[in-house]
Design a protein around this ligand. Sequence first.
Ligand code: SF4
Length: 486
Amino acid sequence: MIGISFNQKEFEYDAYTLLKAFFPKEEIQMFYVQEEEVPTDLNHLVSITYGTQVYIRIQWEESFLEGWEAYEETENRKIRKNKLKQVLYKLLSQLTGQTLPWGNLTGIRPTKIAMGLIESGMSNAQAADYMRKTYFTSNEKTALAITIANRERELLKDIDYEKGYSLYVGIPFCPSICLYCSFSSSPLQRWKDQVDAYLDALLKELDFIAEAMKDRVLDTIYIGGGTPTTLEPEQLERLLGHISMKFPVHQVKEYTVEAGRPDSITREKLQAIRKFPVTRISVNPQTMNQATLELIGRKHTVEDTRHAFALARECGFDNINMDIIVGLPGEKKEDVQHTLEEIKKLDPDSLTVHSLAVKRAARLRMFQEQYEEMEFINNQEIMDMAIKYAYQCQMGPYYLYRQKNMCGNLENIGYAKVDKAGIYNILIMEEKQSILAAGADASTKFVFQNGERIERAENVKDVANYISRIDEMIERKRVGIDTWLK
Ligand code: SF4
């Protein structure tokens, strides 16, 4: 176990996350020296002291390293945080002999930083230089962040951040729960009898949003989850029909329904979706290796994926995304290559390559002893291979984000063919526009002053609670909207 001590409560999370990035398998315990005794039996201790400078001392068994950086008391929080992370990163690099691809960046939105620098008036070269010197990002990741930030700027150029908004609608049911799932998704079988009651509550919340936002411009709609195609065809028609009645669906720039799990997709459901102006769907294989699908509890076959994709094309969908995950248990580079080869044959319009991130809630973590023998491999070589395949499929990278506990400490990248990028994906990552979200576990995000300040209105996670407390969810939203539009 590694101990990490602080003399005050500031930037603990940043320091912890950076330490974890260097030592992903180690347990790390945090202490505040003024409140508790630091245990004497720790072999490794990182002590962080703030005063007129940040001073860090790393005691690693018998040896120790130290570093510091002075700062003025008047310096702002961001500068102080950057200095702390710079000192810590240099010491950890020295200790381990390692550098990290994203340097000392621990947040989930590196492209937002690149975008902010470019929008502040820096040239691409200046922004790249700033990122390398401030965050120690590698040349490759810096170039990737700058490239994607420029692509995003181009894709968002017609979005009205001030007057516009996007709509998210959550369907929190799945055919079975994947082993790595960290969403609060519920197995459909258990909730089958409640789905109509869930839709009643959801439509009530949508009615409120439609009325409250009637003077605003709706830019994108995203129906996600969970798996929206766990709904029966008539339930899908009820939901999409209601949205069509209440929102200006023909004016939106993008309308996505995440079909997601291939085992939930049928011709009837796809035909039901086609009755509405949906522009984009997702059919998500995650892997095209049957043994892995069984291991991760997806309960569908590779053939189901091929079949669902072919059905979607037959039904006329011309913008189909596929999601895959790299770093799944037991998968080596050859397995990922096989998945990419199979995807290439299907020829989707966009592809999102995720690095496995095991968050706290995932069963994979709860049963980690069971998977101890299993390797979780992801590295730059595999990510480079994915980029190569994406280019072969005429796709370029257009959005990027990171998550906590990512396998290989890398990133998730969305690739798309020309004109097939998912605008909603960029909006949610760059936090430029307010997103009104309906459904259990949906989180509405109000964006103030072009992203300077973000406030959220959260719905409860549990389906039964959501149904019984729908008026309270609407009230939370009403308060948020009133503050936002004031
Ligand atoms: S399909 Fe997605 S939301 Fe559903 S259980 Fe699997 S990972 Fe979770």
